[in-house]
Design a protein around this ligand. Structure first.
Ligand SMILES: [Zn+2]
Length: 341
């Protein structure tokens, strides 16, 4: 991978609540930044149209400022998605989005080669190329917030799998008959370690009348959030502390399996929950030491991310630059090749 070859790109971050766009220079400057609410309830067409408008605005603002012209567009989107065809498949946090051919539409609107990648794969590329995992041979990025997302770098590229769904570390089974995950399957790490799971357990405590400290913070079980469980645990509530301990252990078991299978150099652990809980990393390290082989457990470094929200913009820089020269991402060429062979 050659740093010097990077060209400026236009990055778009499609999220459940916000669409953001900016020009990213090879020096990692974020130029002409724009943001707008996603408003997915307005319908897919409307969101796509506004997304294109935002991107065009960014390009024009950069031009007006004498900024560089982007050579391509990178879109970070929640998964599942098909990075080769540029189709957003069915993200749970974008209502109505089913098999949306986003890349063809953005390509046409901007007249630039456009590439789509899962938000966590974009993040792992940013941290691996320029951030907390920079210089590492193989790296894993894990984000712990309402869900548990992940991305894996092997030999300098995101691990994608046949369908582009690889790297979804939060959906590793850590308990055979454990609680159901948001996707309806039992015992995934996300069903125990995520903010949603912590809130669910807190709600059950409150309904049983088993946590006076939690009851003092929130009355309506439907309003219990992970932050309430954390506050009650910090106030000394043993039941709430147990919920958090179990959550961190589930994340630790998940990481220990990743260490055994992939022997990574760095695991970057970010997300709103990891950010606010200092004991999480210690527990994860203890679980890795307890559950993983000695050699890779000793090898792996747990790190906090370098980038904040801009991770999903900056990561598009290496992705677009790589894919512009990667034959696997030349849809027109490969289609005509297939047709002629
Ligand atoms: Zn799951």
């Amino acid at each position: 991978v050659d740093d010097a070859a990077d060209q400026p790109i236009l990055a778009i971050d499609l999220g459940g609540t916000q669409i953001r766009a900016a020009l990213i220079t090879p020096e990692l400057e974020v130029v002409g930044r724009r943001a707008a609410p996603t408003h997915d309830e307005a319908g897919v067409e409307d969101v796509v149209r506004r997304l294109c408008e935002l991107a065009i605005e960014v390009r024009e603002a950069a031009r007006a400022d004498g900024g560089p012209d982007p050579v391509g567009v990178g879109i970070s989107s929640p998964g599942p998605l098909d990075p080769w065809r540029g189709v957003v498949v069915a993200p749970p946090n974008l209502a109505g989005w089913r098999d949306v051919p986003l890349v063809p539409q953005v390509t046409e609107a901007l007249g630039l080669p456009t590439f789509l990648e899962r938000d966590t794969n974009v993040a792992v590329m940013a941290e691996w190329r320029y951030g907390a995992a920079s210089g590492a041979k193989d790296a894993i990025y894990i984000t712990i917030s309402t869900g548990i997302g992940g991305g894996i770098i092997v030999d300098g590229r995101p691990l994608m799998g046949l369908d582009g769904t690889a790297g979804e570390v939060g959906h590793m089974t850590v308990e055979l008959d454990g609680p159901l995950c948001g996707d309806g399957r039992p015992g995934h790490a996300e069903a125990i370690g995520s903010g949603t799971a912590i809130a669910r357990e807190g709600r059950a405590l409150l309904e049983r009348g088993a946590s006076p400290a939690l009851a003092a913070l929130v009355h309506d079980p439907d309003e219990v959030g992970a932050q309430h469980v954390a506050a009650a645990a910090d106030a000394g509530d043993a039941s709430c502390r147990q919920i958090l301990d179990r959550a961190w252990q589930a994340i630790g078991a998940m990481c220990a399996s990743l260490v055994n299978v992939l022997n990574p150099e760095v695991i970057v652990i970010g997300g709103s929950i990891a950010e606010h809980r200092s004991t999480l990393i210690e527990t994860v390290q203890a679980e890795i030491d307890r559950r993983a082989f000695a050699l890779p457990a000793k090898r792996v470094a747990l790190r906090r991310p370098k980038f904040g929200d801009d991770v999903s913009l900056i990561g598009s820089l290496p992705i677009v630059n790589q894919r512009l020269i990667d034959p696997a991402f030349r849809p027109a060429a490969s289609a005509s090749q297939e047709a002629s062979s």
